[in-house]
Ligand binder design. Structure first.
Ligand code: ATP
Length: 505
């Protein structure tokens, strides 16, 4: 097992052990790529939603939220292009009978070559020390240049076959690159076929009358089809945005990497409606705004990067991903797309309703252009969880696993712990708990030694442990222990709430 696999395994095991994430239908051996959130997971997830909602809806006066239904009229998915084109190219290995995404096999191959380049660069940096000029090295080193030209050539062909939907060439490329099945090690591949990712079901109680409908594969279409409703009833003036958090479903061909790629997941999306011609300015605005949101959680900027799309969807005129350094490498966390008037125009055509805005400044009506920000809630959860998970060796030689979550997102804000469960300590601790729980999610615990209780709360990321001891009964003070430094301080009971509040700001 590689280091990163080892590290990732620890995080997923920790998430299960401490009630963050469980495999769905666990007692029936699970359901592939479907997960449940446990008692701590749901708190963390709700806190992330709340943090996003406040940043997007509350702090922007021109953005409002909605909550649209998962089931929608089937024509919506025809108009949006999902019925015809929401496909992934799949390929099977005949020996292992494992199924793969053809594009992902090629992307992984490209990543390996990229990795070779990075190794050369790291080696050279160590050799040359301070005098090392990375840009110059990349532009002149023969091995780097050779690998880079391989990447460029593969990429050009790969993008061309995707754009022209040339599935036979995708297969040829996989064969020419000698890509083997990671399980069987063989090159015995089937043809590449397109696979539609939408789940369908039937609505209606009588089978003959029932019509096929889809479980939405994205929340965005629920926003587009409510554009007129919200614009009119909310008296919205362009530029304005509509935000939504909700479930989406995709029948992913290969679901792996825990909650990174699920078949049922949640998205937090915002569609920003703008005057045509101003969309690229707004695209830049939202790129910055969204990156700042990620950085505001206190995670170092080196963990994030933009990845501009080389192959733009036919309706987009700019698109970028915010990628996060997951334990398995940089991967997409959020997409920011300038979608032109594609969706509203398509719905105008299919529904026959005018999806237009009358601009009083220009004195004309138009179909607005749209810039969207689309982030996976579960992927954000995974990013935050994997970044927060830390193993530390302590001075006394023992070890602790601590979840260094941003306090504002921590499932439990404070643990209230009577040192012993007698002598009137539980009563005082309970009264502190009763006061604090009105404002914060707190936990009262009296079982086990105080050290064990501290460790349990470190493991779920509780920023503060408040211990009530015998002195507390005399002078109404408690010790408050901070999670990351483990420093303890004695403070009056009435100051506890203020200390917690200051940390959450
Ligand atoms: P990918 O290329 O990883 O499949 P995508 O480009 O299809 O993602 P979008 O359609 O742009 O993703 O969806 C927006 C966001 O929704 C993604 O950035 C991601 O965070 C999240 N997301 C998409 N698919 C899944 C999934 N199967 N499981 C969890 N989150 C997902």
């Amino acid at each position: 097992m590689t280091n990163y696999e080892e590290a990732f395994k620890k995080i997923t095991a920790h998430a299960r052990e401490y009630g963050f994430v469980f495999q769905s239908s666990d007692i029936y051996d699970g359901l592939s790529a479907v997960y449940d959130y446990g008692q701590n997971g749901v708190e963390l997830k709700n806190n992330i939603k709340d943090y996003w909602w406040k940043a997007m809806v509350r702090y922007h006066e021109n953005i409002v939220g909605i909550d649209s239904a998962i089931f929608m009229h089937p024509t919506i998915w025809k108009a949006s292009g999902h019925v015809d084109a929401f496909n992934d190219p799949m390929i099977d290995n005949k020996d292992s009978r494992k199924r793969y995404r053809a594009d992902v096999l090629i992307e992984d191959h490209l990543a390996k070559i990229e990795e070779k380049i990075n190794k050369e660069v790291t080696k050279a940096a160590a050799r040359f020390g301070d005098a090392f000029d990375e840009n110059q090295f990349r532009a002149t080193n023969a091995r780097v240049l050779e690998n880079q030209s391989k990447i460029d050539a593969i990429n050009a062909r790969f993008i061309h076959s995707l754009e022209t939907n040339d599935l036979a060439d995708l297969k040829k490329l996989i064969e020419e690159l000698n890509i083997v099945c990671p399980v069987s090690g063989s090159r015995n591949w089937t043809e590449v076929r397109q696979f539609n990712l939408m789940f369908s079901t039937r609505m209606g109680s009588v089978t003959e009358d029932a019509s096929a409908i889809y479980l939405r594969p994205e929340t965005a279409q629920g926003i587009f089809v409510n554009f007129l409703n919200v614009m009119k009833t909310g008296r919205m003036k362009i530029p304005f945005g509509i935000a939504q958090i909700g479930k989406a479903f995709r029948n992913e061909i290969v679901a792996r990497q825990f909650i990174f790629r699920m078949r049922e997941f949640e998205q937090m999306e915002m569609q920003f409606f703008v005057r045509p011609g101003t969309e690229l300015q707004w695209f830049e605005f939202w790129k910055k705004e969204r990156m700042n949101w990620h950085l505001s959680l206190g995670i170092d900027s080196e963990n994030f990067r933009f990845h501009d799309h080389e192959k733009l969807a036919h309706y987009a005129n700019a698109a970028t991903d915010i990628e996060f350094k997951f334990p398995f490498g940089f991967k997409e966390l959020e997409g920011i797309h300038s979608r032109t008037d594609f969706d509203l125009s398509a719905h105008q055509k299919f529904s026959g309703k005018k999806m237009q805005y009358f601009d009083p400044e220009l004195n004309e009506s138009y179909v607005p252009y749209v810039v969207e920000t689309s982030i996976g809630l579960d992927r954000t959860f995974l990013a935050i969880l994997s970044h927060a998970y830390t193993e530390e060796k302590l001075e006394d030689g023992s070890e602790r696993a601590v979840m260094k979550l941003p306090p504002v997102l921590a499932p439990v804000k404070a643990a209230i712990l009577p040192l012993v469960a007698k002598d009137g300590l539980p009563e005082l601790a309970r009264s502190i708990m009763d006061n604090l729980k009105v404002d914060y999610n707190c936990q009262y615990e009296e079982k086990d030694s105080i050290g064990k209780r501290y460790r349990r709360h470190d493991a779920i990321g509780t920023p503060y442990c408040i211990t009530v001891d015998h002195q507390s009964l005399e002078d109404n003070t408690v010790t408050i222990r901070e999670r990351d430094t483990m420093k303890q301080e004695r403070i009056p009971v009435e100051k506890i709430s203020g200390v917690i509040a200051a940390r959450l700001k």
